[in-house]
Design a protein around this ligand. Structure first.
Ligand code: SAM
Ligand code: SF4
Length: 444
C-alpha cells in the first residue's frame, strides 16, 4: 500500500510568516526522503497541502476560501487535501467535521515527521487522519530543510513556540512552548548554507532574543554564526523588547557582520493597553530602550509591529501610540487591525468592541504618519554611501535594474543592471521614496 502512495505529486502552498516558510522547507525535506515529488503546477498534484496561518482572521478566511476553490476545481475525489500549521492545531475539529471542505489529513507544527504516515492513513477511502499534538521538545534539528530560496538569504529557525502569552496572540496555543536548538546544530546548518553559496543568514524565532540552550544565549549564538567564512551578513527576527541585555547590543555594535537593524514590535503606545496585552513593558520602557539602542548603535534601523483597535482602546489611547511612533521614529512599521482569535486570553476576557470603521480610521491615520516618517528617514540617506548586498530581481518586474539591500534592510534600486547576486557593492544613494532608495554604484 505504501508503495502505491509513494511517487505521488504534492503541491505545497504556504501562508503567513517566515516561520511557516521554513516549516514548509522541513515538510519538503521529510516527504522528499519518502520519494514524494513536489510540483509547481497544482493541476498536476495528487495531494495539495496548505501550510496555514491563524494569526489574523484574514489569513484564516483565505484558507477556507482556497479549500472550497480546490474542491470546486478538482471535485471530491481526484485530489487529497492536507492542512498543516497553525490552523491545524486550533481548528482540527471544525476542519474535519465540515463535510463541504473534505479535508483528508491535518498535521500541526510539531507533527511533520508523521506526515508520511498521515498521508498513508488518509489515502484509505473515507478515512481522515490527524496529528496536532504539540511537543515540548521537537525542534526538527535532525532535518535539513529542502530550500526553495535562490541566491542570497537563508532562514534558520533557532527556536520554536512562545511562552509570552500576549493576550491577543494565538501563537502560544498553535505552536506550543518555547524551545531552542543547540548552538552547534544551528552553526552546522549555517556552515552548510555558506558552502551552498548563501551570503546572508536570518535567525528566526517567535521571540528570538530569548533563545536559550543550557548556558548559551542569543548573543553567543549570533557571535558563533558570524564566525563562519562566506557569510557576509546576519539578521534576526522577531525579538521581544523585554530581552535586550547590554551584552547583546554591545555585540551588535561591535560585530560588522551583524546587520544594524532591529525589528522591535511596539504593539501599542498606551500603558493601560500594553498591560491588557500582557506585553510586560510600558511605553516609557520602550522609548528608553529605543534611546539606549540608538546610543549604542547610532546608525541602527528600527522597524516595528503595531496593532490598532485592541478592545476598549479609546481615541486618546490611540493618540498615545501616535506619540510613541513619533518619538521612536521607526524606519517602517507593519500595522494591523486587532483581530479576535479563538482561544486567546483577549477573546475570553475582552469583547472586540472597537468598531471596524474606527479600526480602519486609526490604521489609515497611523499609516499616513508612518509613511511621512519613513520618507524623511529615507531622504536623509541621500548622498550617503552604503554597502549593498545584491539580491535576485523581483520576478514580477523582470526588466527592473539590479536591486539590493542596505545593512538596515532598506531596498535599493540601482541605476544599472547586471550586478552579480550575492556581491556587496558600494553605492551612493541618489533618491528616496517611502518604499525604496535609489542608488548609483558608479559615483560612490
Ligand atoms: N513574535 C513576534 C512578536 O512578538 O512581535 C511576532 C508574532 S506575530 C506572528 C506578528 C505580528 O502579528 C505581531 O507582532 C502583532 O503585531 C500581529 N498580531 C498578532 N496577533 C494579532 C491579532 N490577534 N490581531 C492583529 N494583529 C496581531
Ligand atoms: Fe505572539 Fe507575543 Fe509570542 Fe509574539 S511574543 S508570538 S506576539 S505571544
Amino acid at each position: 500500500m505504501i508503495n502505491q502512495i509513494k511517487q505521488k505529486k504534492i503541491f505545497l502552498e504556504t501562508y503567513g510568516c517566515q516561520m511557516n516558510e521554513y516549516d514548509s522547507q522541513l515538510v519538503r525535506a521529510i516527504l522528499k526522503k519518502e520519494n514524494y515529488e513536489f510540483v509547481t503546477d497544482e493541476r498536476k498534484a495528487d495531494i495539495i497541502m496548505l501550510n496555514t496561518c491563524s494569526v489574523r482572521e484574514h489569513a484564516h478566511r483565505k484558507v477556507y476560501g482556497r479549500v472550497h476553490h480546490i474542491r470546486h476545481a478538482r471535485g471530491k475525489d481526484s485530489v487529497m487535501i492536507g492542512i498543516l500549521g497553525c490552523m491545524a492545531t486550533n481548528l482540527r475539529k471544525d476542519l474535519l467535521e465540515d463535510r463541504s471542505l473534505k479535508i483528508d489529513f491535518i498535521a500541526g507544527p510539531d507533527s511533520y515527521k508523521h506526515l508520511p504516515q498521515l498521508i498513508h492513513e488518509a489515502s484509505d477511502e473515507d478515512r481522515k487522519s490527524y496529528d496536532v499534538t504539540l511537543s515540548e521538545f521537537e525542534t526538527y534539528s535532525d532535518i535539513y530543510p529542502s530550500r526553495t530560496e535562490d541566491g542570497v538569504n537563508a532562514w534558520i529557525a533557532v527556536m520554536r513556540g512562545c511562552n509570552n502569552f500576549c493576550t491577543f496572540c494565538v501563537v502560544p496555543y498553535t505552536r506550543g512552548r518555547e524551545r531552542s536548538r543547540s548552538p552547534k546544530n544551528v552553526v552546522d546548518e549555517a556552515r552548510r548554507l555558506a558552502v551552498e553559496g548563501f551570503k546572508q543568514i536570518t535567525l528566526l524565532g517567535q521571540n528570538v532574543n530569548s533563545y536559550r540552550y543550557d548556558n548559551y544565549d542569543f548573543a553567543y549564538l549570533m557571535d558563533e554564526v558570524s564566525k563562519i567564512d562566506g557569510i557576509k551578513r546576519i539578521r534576526f527576527t522577531s525579538p521581544h523588547p523585554k530581552d535586550f541585555p547590554d551584552r547583546f547590543l554591545d555585540l551588535m555594535a561591535a560585530n560588522p557582520k551583524i546587520c544594524k537593524h532591529i525589528h522591535l514590535p511596539l504593539q501599542a503606545g498606551n500603558n493601560r493597553i500594553l498591560d491588557m496585552m500582557n506585553r510586560t513593558y510600558t511605553s516609557e520602557d520602550f522609548v528608553n530602550l529605543v534611546d539606549k539602542i540608538r546610543t549604542k548603535i547610532p546608525n541602527v534601523a528600527l522597524t516595528t509591529d503595531i496593532i490598532v483597535g485592541f478592545p476598549t482602546e479609546t481615541d486618546g489611547e490611540f493618540e498615545d501610540t501616535i506619540q510613541v511612533v513619533a518619538q521612536a521614529a521607526f524606519d517602517s512599521a507593519f500595522t494591523f487591525k486587532y483581530s479576535q482569535r479563538q482561544g486567546t486570553i483577549a477573546s475570553k476576557e475582552y469583547p472586540d468592541d472597537v468598531s471596524e470603521a474606527i479600526k480602519t480610521e486609526r490604521i489609515m491615520c497611523l499609516n499616513e504618519i508612518q509613511k511621512n516618517i519613513t520618507l524623511k528617514k529615507n531622504q536623509a540617506h541621500i548622498g550617503q554611501v552604503f554597502d549593498i548586498l545584491i539580491e535576485p530581481i523581483f520576478q514580477e518586474k523582470p526588466s527592473i535594474n539590479s536591486v539590493g539591500r542596505t545593512d538596515g534592510n532598506k531596498l535599493v534600486i540601482l541605476s544599472q543592471n547586471g550586478y552579480k547576486i550575492g556581491d556587496m557593492i558600494k553605492t551612493i544613494i541618489t533618491g528616496a521614496t517611502p518604499h525604496a532608495l535609489k542608488g548609483d554604484p558608479s559615483i560612490s
